[in-house]
Design a protein around this ligand. Structure first.
Ligand code: MBD
Ligand code: FE
Length: 284
């Protein structure tokens, strides 16, 4: 008998990969040099925590449980996951409040830059017999004034039919279900992929313990992640969801917006589906 070990997806492994990915991309030192701003924000955050302790008469037992849990978040590499699930949506809301074009939403912890460049009509890198309903996702990228944006870039990444992201779960080809599609001279694109499945955040790490302790659920609705950009325009980071999908109404990451819901229709060929979604970019 051969001794094969099938590597399991674990919170610690996806956490370590997300932490590493974040660290490698973060521009050093941009924020944190404005003493007054740091003072204001951190003081208000701590004051809010102090108020909670007083109002709810938080005990030493609870304080120590929090301390142990915070230590565990770090050990599991789950700070990117924790922050992107429970905090990023408000940062995104503030960052994009004056945008006129397409709605954005959170990036989440599983973006990887420099995915393979693909032509305007392309199939995302996937395994032979990749599971899931085949989906043609097509559309056009335009400026807020209606001008089509030639050679716009549509970066797309999503989980597979088991809810796993390449580079954050073992056993998947490096760029599975990730690509950078370059739109044609009229800003149009046609992306062939498979519909992703709902995504359960890892339950075996610190975030999972919190979810269990609070009696919450760990699910995000099925979603496509996108970054759409064009010269002279602001890049938009967004996600698209599926009408009627499980957890569209109760995303653990609070990142669903009514403008971001797709309703793919059968094409009549097998169980293929297709949907059109246009992106409108604000000027830079
Ligand atoms: C995801 O796939 C995701 O998009 C977010 C925001 C958090 C955890 C997993
Ligand atoms: Fe995601």
């Amino acid at each position: 008998m051969t001794d094969t070990t099938i590597e399991q997806a674990t919170a610690a492994k996806s956490g370590a990969a997300a932490t590493e990915q974040f660290r490698s991309r973060r521009a050093a030192g941009a924020a944190g040099s404005d003493t007054e701003r740091v003072d204001t924000l951190v003081t208000e955050l701590l004051t809010a925590a102090h108020d909670i302790v007083r109002r709810h008469k938080v005990t030493y037992e609870e304080y120590n449980a929090l301390k142990a849990w915070l230590i565990q978040v770090g050990e599991d590499g789950e700070w990117p996951l924790f922050l992107d699930v429970w905090v990023e949506h408000v940062v995104e809301e503030v960052a994009n409040e004056s945008r006129e074009g397409s709605k954005g939403t959170i990036e989440g912890p599983y973006y990887v830059p420099d995915s393979p460049r693909l032509p305007a009509e392309a199939t995302l890198p996937m395994r032979e017999n990749e599971a899931g309903t085949p989906l043609l996702f097509q559309g056009q990228v335009r400026s807020v004034d209606g001008t089509p944006l030639p050679a716009a870039k549509v970066e797309i990444w999503h989980a597979d039919d088991d809810g796993f992201y390449s580079q954050f779960a073992p056993g998947l080809p490096e760029w599975n279900l990730r690509g950078t599609v370059v739109a044609d001279e009229t800003g149009r694109f046609w992306i062939h992929t498979v519909q992703p499945a709902p995504y359960q955040i890892p339950t075996d790490g610190a975030c999972g313990s919190l979810i269990a302790a609070a009696g919450w659920h760990a699910w995000r609705p099925a979603h496509l992640h996108l970054k759409v950009s064009a010269p002279g325009h602001q890049l938009i980071t967004t996600q698209l969801y599926f009408k009627g999908g499980t957890h569209v109404e109760n995303d653990i990451a609070s990142a669903v917006k009514p403008e971001l819901i797709l309703d793919p229709k059968p094409t009549g060929k097998g169980d293929n589906h297709e949907v059109t979604y246009d992106f409108v970019l604000d000027k830079a």
